[in-house]
Write a protein that binds this ligand. Structure first.
Ligand code: PCA
Length: 329
């Protein structure tokens, strides 16, 4: 009789222990608009692996790439609502929320990896605060290689921009194209092949990396390596999701994020080199802008900057100023 009672009790205890262990292990979802060929996605997947390893599986993050979970524009609202735990976006698509988000798509501000990183450090407090207002926390930000111009003939004369239909990844780049006399179209990275094959665009502004991962040689012949700016992606999480983790898991997550940031910037440099080589190997002619084109880019950039200054508030201008002080030292 005694035995009959204890056996079920033991079973119940064993079951509830198992249930408690399962309840503790968190399974997060992460959404990115970028495909598996992008070094950003590879870095995110490494980040997820690092987190799983460091937490012994207490926190696993599944990376949904290529906009497969939600579209680019829906990623931040989804993390804010908590339907997704982690998201990655092209930081400057948030410019409608605040001009600080597009400070990394202004020409003449930060044209090297060192300066682009200094700009991130100087603007991070304000960006972190803006995310915090909406219940989110930045995890890391990583720059794309410098942006340049892909065309289907050598770009030798600024007049070639007249009426040129240029694909742009954000509003600021569209303004820049407008300033050059071109006709901008905002297109997601993943839609680039369709935009060219259906004749919607003649040219595009993006990096060596995206030109490579989107097989630019199928649509264009020339890449003008104009070093316009080094825009960033930002990876961020829901504060509520974070608060549900125990402290050691939180620490492991933040530590893996710091490593992902460092690794990501290194990957960006390496991917730039490799992608420029791949473009050339596939027949794209890579060149620097000539004097006339440079002058036109400069004028369009100056206008873009003046426009940004007219929209930016004092906090954003102050963040830019603190970057300049740091950079000049
Ligand atoms: N690739 C992304 C963002 C910037 C870049 O280099 C794109 O073109 O959409």
């Amino acid at each position: 009789m005694h035995k009959r009672i204890t056996t079920p009790l033991l079973l119940v205890t064993a079951c509830s222990l198992a249930a408690a262990a399962t309840a503790q292990a968190a399974e997060w979802t992460m959404a990115t608009p970028y495909g598996d060929a992008s070094f950003h996605t590879q870095n995110n997947k490494q980040f997820a692996e690092d987190v799983a390893e460091a937490t012994n599986g207490d926190l696993t993050i599944t990376v949904h790439s290529g906009g497969s979970l939600v579209s680019h524009g829906e990623i931040k609202p989804s993390v804010r609502r908590g339907t997704i735990d982690v998201g990655e976006v092209f930081l400057s698509i948030l410019s409608n929320d605040d001009p600080i988000f597009e400070v990394d798509t202004l020409p003449g501000v930060a044209g090297s990896y060192e300066n682009a990183y200094a700009l991130w450090e100087a603007t991070k407090p304000m960006i972190t605060e803006l995310f915090a207002y909406e219940g989110m926390v930045p995890l890391y930000a990583v720059a794309w290689p410098a942006q340049g111009i892909y065309t289907s003939e050598p770009l030798t004369d600024p007049d070639q921009f007249d009426g040129l239909r240029v694909r742009a990844p954000n509003i600021n780049t569209q303004r820049f194209v407008d300033n050059l006399g071109g006709s901008p179209t905002e297109t997601e990275e993943s839609d680039i092949p369709t935009a060219f094959s259906t004749g919607r665009v003649d040219a595009m502004i993006t990096s060596s990396s995206t030109g490579n991962s989107m097989a630019a040689w199928d649509y264009v012949t020339d890449y003008t390596d104009a070093n316009l700016w080094l825009p960033k992606n930002i990876v961020f999480m829901s504060q509520r999701s974070f608060d549900r983790l125990d402290e050691s898991t939180q620490d492991a997550l933040m530590e893996a994020a710091a490593r992902a940031e460092e690794r990501g910037w290194e990957m960006s440099r390496e991917d730039n080199e490799a992608s420029l080589e791949a473009l050339k190997e596939n027949g794209i002619s890579v060149s620097q802008p000539n004097e006339a084109v440079s002058a036109a880019l400069q004028a369009a950039g100056d206008k873009l900057f003046a426009d940004w200054e007219s929209r930016a508030d004092d906090d954003a201008k102050q963040a830019l100023e603190s970057y300049r002080e740091q950079r000049d030292n």
